[in-house]
Design a protein around this ligand. Sequence first.
Ligand SMILES: NC(=O)c1ccc[n+]([C@@H]2O[C@H](COP(=O)([O-])OP(=O)(O)OC[C@H]3O[C@@H](n4cnc5c(N)ncnc54)[C@H](OP(=O)(O)O)[C@@H]3O)[C@@H](O)[C@H]2O)c1
Length: 343
Amino acid sequence: MSTLIRAGVVGATGYTGFELVRLLWSHPHVELVFAVSRNEAGKSLADLYATPLHVPLAAIDEADVSAVDVLFLCVPHGAAQDWAVQGLEASTVVIDLSADHRLRDPAAYRHWYGHDHQAPSLLDEAVYGLTEWAREALPAARLIANPGCYPTSILLALAPLLRAGLLDGVTVIADSKSGVSGAGRTPKLSSLFVEVNENLKPYNIGHVHRHVAEIEQLCQLLSDGHPPAHLIFSPHLLPVSRGILSTIYVPWPDGWREGELRALYAEAYANEPFIWLLPPGQTATLAHTVHTNRCAISLHPVPDQGHLIVVSTIDNLVKGAAGQAVQNMNVRFGLDETSGLAP
Ligand SMILES: NC(=O)c1ccc[n+]([C@@H]2O[C@H](COP(=O)([O-])OP(=O)(O)OC[C@H]3O[C@@H](n4cnc5c(N)ncnc54)[C@H](OP(=O)(O)O)[C@@H]3O)[C@@H](O)[C@H]2O)c1
């Protein structure tokens, strides 16, 4: 592809926005046209982060969404809706990293996010961009809802089982740990060093974290209407900067042997540049994936106790956010899917 894709980023000073700007800056087929900040306009990213990237930060009214081919939204949920409408009205492809367009049902959005969606008709149109399982829909998408970080780690780990109908009616327990960058750069008491350091804190355990909604929605779709009956999701705050590790417990599928389950995963993820299926005896850890767009998956059979344990790790800011957004852009615009993303 010879012409450059013109990109704009809103929320460039946040953790996902900065990660995205770094990726786009070195992407061989992208021209970064603007990076928006409400509070830091006029400065450069190099004034805010320990980076030599002198990317100028533009004010909101300096961002011409009709001047770009793709608009990335790296803002809190609730703040992305207006930008998405503006982008679509200007015929710009919108990739929303927030949760604003992940749920298809406006009532579900209201239930989980506590307010009405401003443009509910867009919810049905948005393509949920779990790239490995969305390639058919992405090339025609106007609006791509980039998945949440926890859901990316959990859904990539479960997808082969869901597709094979092996989780129909069962209970799935997902126990996940996330680095503190998952909470964003906006200061919060719960993210302060002293609150987090040398601690491991469960939060929103059970079936109350907002990511439950998109995990269940995708379980329904990937299983063709035969999802698990119950999902227990227990996130934890881990005192590292980045990375997510999910340990997922599912009932051992009746009549299946270990080799057959391993073959199911190997077949589902054959030739996937960013899925790293580990061989028997190895366990996925944060070190397998931080600072990359990979998802590492290891299978741990416990058939005599009636369970399969799947361990999955990602970098929450890369495969869980900015990297997957670039991967989705690559598929949307017909580029090599790994372009700008070291495998
Ligand atoms: N952190 C993760 O691991 C992760 C992973 C997946 C998805 N996400 C989602 O990605 C989005 C960004 O997350 P983040 O972690 O990068 O958050 P963050 O570090 O807090 O950054 C968000 C940025 O958005 C800008 N912003 C805030 N309110 C805004 C508004 N009303 N209108 C326009 N811009 C606004 C702010 O920049 P200025 O004040 O400079 O404008 C802020 O720096 C969130 O929706 C989050 O849920 C995060």
